[in-house]
Design a protein around this ligand. Sequence first.
Ligand SMILES: Nc1ncnc2c1ncn2[C@@H]1O[C@H](COP(=O)(O)OP(=O)(O)OP(=O)(O)O)[C@@H](O)[C@H]1O
Ligand SMILES: O=P(O)(O)OC[C@H]1O[C@H](OP(=O)(O)OP(=O)(O)O)[C@H](O)[C@@H]1O
Ligand SMILES: [Mg+2]
Length: 263
Amino acid sequence: MLHEAGYRQRKDSRELVLTDPENNVEFFYLRPRDIAVYVGEGTLDVGITGRDLLLDSGANAEEILQLGFGESTFRYAAKPGTARSVQDFAGKRVATSYAGLVAKHLADKGVNAEVIRLDGAVETAIRLGVADVIADVVSTGTTLRQAGLELVDEPILHSEAVLIRRVGAGSVPGLEQLVRRLQGVLVARRYVMMDYDVRVEMVEEACKLTPGFESPTVSPLHREGWVAVRAMVLRKDAQRIMDDLWELGARAILVTDIHACRL
Ligand SMILES: Nc1ncnc2c1ncn2[C@@H]1O[C@H](COP(=O)(O)OP(=O)(O)OP(=O)(O)O)[C@@H](O)[C@H]1O
Ligand SMILES: O=P(O)(O)OC[C@H]1O[C@H](OP(=O)(O)OP(=O)(O)O)[C@H](O)[C@@H]1O
Ligand SMILES: [Mg+2]
């Protein structure tokens, strides 16, 4: 995303620091877990990490933009049939790499359980007899299924990658530009440009299907009684909208990618 937003990025994952003189930015490639800590302490102006790691760290940092990747839930799991809700964890051992997050969640629910902090491979902790319950990142659920575990209760939270900054920090040079550029990348990924020709009588109906961001562009065609319409539509809806436009009599319906934008 940073590359698409016009920032210089590393070509080799062993490069840990990189300067982008044109944009006057320094990039540090850190462990996801450490990023919120550096940002919270003010060592770094902004960071990109997971919401789950931000909350777990307890750092003095806040989300300023959701980036739409690294989406996952954070959930409890146990051997099938051993627990139905968080309340059943009372007096049990809960293993996790997110001890801060889990301890807070259990306290909020009024459940007194022992939190065991592990570095990773948490799903094995139950088989090894180290814990009765685990709490971990779940995406497809494959990891838990393969470990023979079952989800318990609702997700503790929904996470994704987020841009974060220190709470109460003063103005950061270049931050507004970074946010605007990343928003441009998000829009360019989520939306496509749709063009089509339609009879004048149908243009109102057609524009209801493709209202665009502000208003679709409608231009006259050389052919009498027809207009050309151009509007941005959500990529995920593009095929359905094309079907509906076709039903209205629209023709020459074209979809093109957006490479960059500032709305
Ligand atoms: N399977 C997944 N799907 C989506 N997001 C995930 C997944 N696994 C981890 N994450 C997210 O990635 C972020 C960092 O966790 P990750 O597990 O990648 O760190 P790590 O284990 O320290 O690094 P690595 O996996 O490269 O060893 C967290 O915010 C987490 O929610
Ligand atoms: O629900 P799933 O789709 O199976 O994904 C969840 C798994 O993905 C992550 O592990 P990762 O592969 O990053 O390994 P790690 O434990 O070394 O971080 C996470 O820690 C879970 O174990
Ligand atoms: Mg991982």
